[in-house]
Design a protein around this ligand. Structure first.
Ligand code: 6CS
Ligand code: FE
Length: 304
């Protein structure tokens, strides 16, 4: 019996419906901590709260970057074709690698940098764990984009994430230019949840990680959102971090330049927001996409 038929929980963000439904105002804070709880000052916290994202240069230093780029090359060379965590572009180049911290200890160490983990704890106002980690390679010439979406819409519908209390940290390992598939964000869109139309197919992630077609707003909704919020293009040198709220509308274009846009994405979830049964899917997604036991990835409480 599908979870939807007997799901008696209150779903505060219903999506993947049969017909269009009005946008829902966000019901949670964006920033849960205070300036006294971590490295971000009041101005940075205000920026993140207002825009739903925050750019922090030099999050990873130059000495780390060359090592991390070498790790990516090893990932590519050692990739097991049958490993479901490795997603390929239509032409065969690697598009994403999920759980990269299990392939590379160095990538795992980035998670606990003073410029990373304390920021996540401060923004989420609690202990945190890794909900999902990935490297999006966006290779030169062959990197295809990621259509407009809210991550929370997927994580709520398919992973059972109850509330908007998760944040992504995208760390550029190569320069993010305006023209090589850098992220576009609608500033402020995190304050609105846009229900999507269309039920979740079984095993949806087999296709959605290559081309997401379910759980994306329709063009009328995106036109209204872009008019209301505008679009920012987030660029910066290798080492720059983009922190973005789980519900901010974002996407990226394809990369037809010779310059790869390879970023590590670390998704932190609050330990007070652990996953329950999916709200709009028949079965939970695999743990490499959504950690279902926060003990596997939890971090010791840092002195705050
Ligand atoms: O389904 C997911 O979890 C992934 N999909 C997208 C387009 N962004 C977030 C995440 O990597
Ligand atoms: Fe995303």
């Amino acid at each position: 019996m599908s979870t939807q038929q007997f799901d008696t929980r209150i779903d505060r963000y219903p999506t993947r419906l049969e017909q269009r439904s009005e946008p829902i105002p966000r019901q949670e804070p964006t920033v849960w901590g205070a300036a006294s709880n971590g490295p971000l000052d009041d101005s940075e916290l205000e920026t993140h709260s207002t825009n739903g994202y925050l750019v922090r240069p030099e999050t990873v230093g130059g000495d780390w970057l060359s090592v991390l780029r070498d790790e990516l090359s090893c990932l590519d060379a050692d990739a097991d074709p049958s490993d479901p965590r490795i997603i390929r572009e239509p032409g065969g180049t690697i598009r994403s690698v999920f759980e990269p911290h299990r392939f590379s200890e160095v990538i795992g160490e980035v998670i606990t940098l003073d410029t990373v983990l304390p920021v996540a704890r401060q923004l989420l106002g609690s202990d945190v764990y890794i909900h999902q980690a990935r490297v999006n390679m966006m290779p030169g010439f062959t990197g295809t984009g990621f259509y407009w979406h809210s991550d929370f819409e997927t994580w709520h519908a398919e992973d059972g994430m109850p509330a908007m209390r998760a944040v992504s940290c995208s760390i550029a390992l190569t320069e993010n230019f305006p023209y090589n598939g850098s992220l576009m964000v609608m500033p402020g869109s995190h304050r609105t949840f846009y229900p999507c139309i269309g039920a979740t197919p079984q095993n949806n992630h087999a296709s959605s990680l290559i081309k997401q077609e379910i759980g994306v707003p329709d063009q009328a909704t995106l036109t209204e959102a872009a008019a209301r919020y505008g679009i920012d293009q987030v660029t910066g040198p290798a080492g720059t971090a983009l922190w973005f709220d789980s519900n901010v509308m974002h996407g990226s274009g394809s990369n037809i330049t010779p310059f790869p846009r390879s970023n590590i994405f670390l998704v932190f979830n609050s330990v007070d927001n652990q996953l329950v049964a999916p709200y709009r899917a028949q079965a939970p997604r695999p743990s490499y996409l959504a950690t279902r036991n926060s003990e596997l990835n939890s971090f010791p409480t840092l002195a705050t």
